[in-house]
Design a protein around this ligand. Structure first.
Ligand code: URA
Length: 217
């Protein structure tokens, strides 16, 4: 049900599970309320996290059941740092934390300089030990990819060597942009849409994810 596609630029995993696609359809619907939208983002992120973490290293451990000793699997190695890109990425945070409750959280805030059109950092707070963690970046709409590529640059500059991205919907342009600078970053999404309109919105998309999450429009 899941398609891991090695594109020209890097790996994109499109999660085609019926639950994901059902919830994505509800999310796109213009009549979906803010409350429902937030809940769907949370549920979709949880399901995408399941896929995005499937290659975390695990190891065999010995445990005692109430009846006897046995072996079990336990996640080993690096711990996780989850980093939402402000503001809409924050709507995805609880979905990850409900599956990976021990993750540390970092926040990345970027705005677009209207003259240079380049992303500019206005707030960055990352776990001090991010170099020792698997980083999961959260950005619901991978549109032009400029701010996401900049966010990946920021976590790499802080020492991160293992970075994956969870988005709800991606445009082909955004995927190409991220993989141009960061070909090793696996992108996990519920859908890859047709493209961008003239002001950078994804088509057919779902509109402005931040506004729909927080009811600001
Ligand atoms: N950001 C959004 O919230 N929606 C888009 O379609 C593109 C960028």
């Amino acid at each position: 049900m899941t398609g891991a596609e090695l594109t020209m630029s890097g790996t994109v995993v499109v999660v085609r599970h019926p639950l994901v696609q059902h919830k994505l359809g509800l999310l796109r619907d213009v009549t979906t309320t803010t409350q429902m939208f937030r809940q769907l983002v949370n549920e979709l992120t949880l399901l995408l996290t399941y896929e995005a973490t499937k290659d975390l290293a695990d190891e065999e451990v010995e445990i005692e059941t109430p009846l006897e000793r046995t072996t079990a699997r336990r996640i080993s190695g690096k711990k996780v740092a989850v980093c939402p890109i402000l503001r809409a990425g924050v709507g995805m945070l609880d979905g990850v934390l409900s599956l990976v409750p021990g993750a540390r959280v970092g926040f990345i805030g970027l705005f677009r300089d209207e003259e240079t059109l380049e992303p500019v950092e206005y707030y960055v707070k990352l776990p001090g030990d991010i170099a020792d963690r698997d980083v999961i970046l959260l950005d619901p709409m991978l549109a032009t990819g400029n701010s996401t590529a900049a966010a990946i640059e920021i976590v790499k500059r802080a020492g991160a060597t293992s970075v994956r991205l969870i988005a709800l919907i991606a445009a082909p342009e955004g995927i190409a942009r991220v993989h141009r600078d960061h070909p090793e970053v696996t992108i996990v999404v519920a859908a890859v849409d047709r493209g961008l309109n003239e002001v950078g919105y994804i088509l057919p998309g779902l509109g402005d994810a931040g506004d729909r999450l927080y009811g600001t429009k």
